[in-house]
Every structure is written in structure tokens, then in C-alpha cells.
Design a protein around this ligand. Structure first.
Ligand code: SF4
Length: 222
């Protein structure tokens, strides 16, 4: 794992990229639908290895019955599974949502704790889920690296890493708190809709002149 060196990465360059991402995709919210903090937590848990679109299809029926963690206490696990059956790993996810809901209802008075370490002690809540929830609910400065951010950051040569976990560590070091506040959603949306994994729309990309990936494929085709 290495961060790009001065040869290609520097603070000025990073600022330009962040400015582009923010002005293009900033202001847009997380694409998971929810109304309450606990519903957000459920939606994020459900979104592991499932698209946001699929999660949004199945959550309305579930959320009509579950607004807060305490609502789960009277709902049998089988009923939760039945409502969530169209997402991957729904049995495990249903169990973890039920267990997490019990903890939040009984020990935290139905509130989601705003503590990264504490949240990760709950069932199924890893670092990514915890960061998403804290950043969205409490505007805390966390970037959680998914495949989109990992891909975009590497194509732009901001990091040179093999895994999202390595990218996460690098970004944690090179980004300021303010940059962490604004980077996540714009980068995910840019990766999801423009700098896509299989067919990135490079010819219409406004930062292609700064993009190492683009320059490399251009050079290869000449
Ligand atoms: S030029 Fe292509 S690879 Fe580079 S950031 Fe734009 S869309 Fe992504």
C-alpha cells in the first residue's frame, strides 16, 4: 500500500479533484431511503452486498412497522425475515437487526450512540456501517471506502492501493477533516454513474486531463 508521491499526488491536485466532485455531485444525499435514525441503520446493514436500489424496494413495508429500535421487540424474527427476504443474506441480516435493535432499545434508550468504537461492538456493525451512520446522522468526518471510492481514488492516482481497506487507511491520513466531511457522497455517485467499473465515461469526463487512468489508456491506443 502506498500513497501517491509528489510526482502525481499533491495537496493542490487533491483540492482540485475534491472541488470538482463537490461541485458536480455535492449536496446529494445517501441513496438509501429512511425516515428515522434506526431505519438508516437498518438500511445500511441491509445494503451490504446488495444495491441501494434493491434495499429501497423492500424497506418501505418493513419500515411501516419499524420506526424505532423498540418496535422490533414485538416482532418475531420470522416476520422480519419474511419482510427482508429479497436482500442477500437476509437471514443473518434479520437476526443482526433484531439483536442490534434490542441493544439500542434497552441500553441506549432508542438512540444510536455517536461513538465509532462503541457502534462496532454491536452485531454486524463493522467499521464501514459505523462510519456511514455517524457521518449521515451526526455529520461526523468519516469517509467509508466502498468499491466506488477505491476505484476512483486509484484511477486518479490519489492512492495506489490494492483493497478498499488500504484506501481507507490512506485517505484517513491525507484528507483534512473538512475534506472528509464532503468527499464521500460525491465520490460514490461519481463512481456509480460516471467513473463506472466497466465502462467509465472518460470522453465526457471534466477531469480527464488530470486522470492517470485516462492518460494511460490514451497512450496505449496511440
Ligand atoms: S477520465 Fe475516466 S477514469 Fe478518469 S476519472 Fe474520468 S471517468 Fe474516471
Amino acid at each position: 500500500m502506498v500513497m501517491s508521491t509528489d510526482k502525481s499526488y499533491n495537496k493542490k491536485y487533491l483540492k482540485k479533484i475534491i472541488h470538482f466532485l463537490y461541485t458536480t455531485y455535492g449536496g446529494k444525499k445517501i441513496e438509501l431511503d429512511y425516515e428515522t435514525p434506526f431505519q438508516l441503520l437498518c438500511a445500511v446493514i441491509l445494503s451490504a452486498q446488495t444495491t441501494d436500489k434493491q434495499v429501497n424496494k423492500i424497506t418501505p413495508a418493513f419500515f411501516r412497522k419499524v420506526r424505532n429500535a423498540s418496535d422490533l421487540s414485538t416482532i418475531p424474527l420470522e416476520d422480519i425475515e419474511e419482510k427482508l427476504q429479497y436482500v442477500n443474506f437476509y437471514r443473518n441480516k434479520s437476526r443482526y437487526i433484531k439483536e442490534t435493535g434490542n441493544i439500542i432499545a434497552e441500553q441506549y434508550n432508542n438512540s444510536i450512540p455517536n461513538d465509532l468504537i462503541l457502534l462496532q461492538t454491536f452485531p454486524w456493525i463493522g467499521i464501514k456501517t459505523a462510519k456511514v451512520v455517524l457521518a449521515v446522522l451526526y455529520d461526523m468526518p468519516y469517509v467509508w471506502v466502498d468499491t466506488h471510492i477505491h476505484r476512483v481514488m486509484n484511477r486518479l492516482w490519489i492512492v495506489q492501493t490494492k483493497t478498499p481497506e488500504q484506501t481507507d487507511k490512506c485517505l484517513d491520513i491525507i484528507l483534512s477533516e473538512q475534506e472528509k466531511h464532503i468527499l464521500h457522497h460525491p465520490t460514490v455517485l461519481f463512481g456509480r454513474y460516471h467513473c463506472t467499473a466497466k465502462k467509465p465515461k472518460c470522453e465526457t469526463c471534466l477531469i480527464k486531463n488530470m486522470c492517470t487512468f485516462y492518460k494511460t489508456i490514451k497512450n496505449r491506443s496511440q
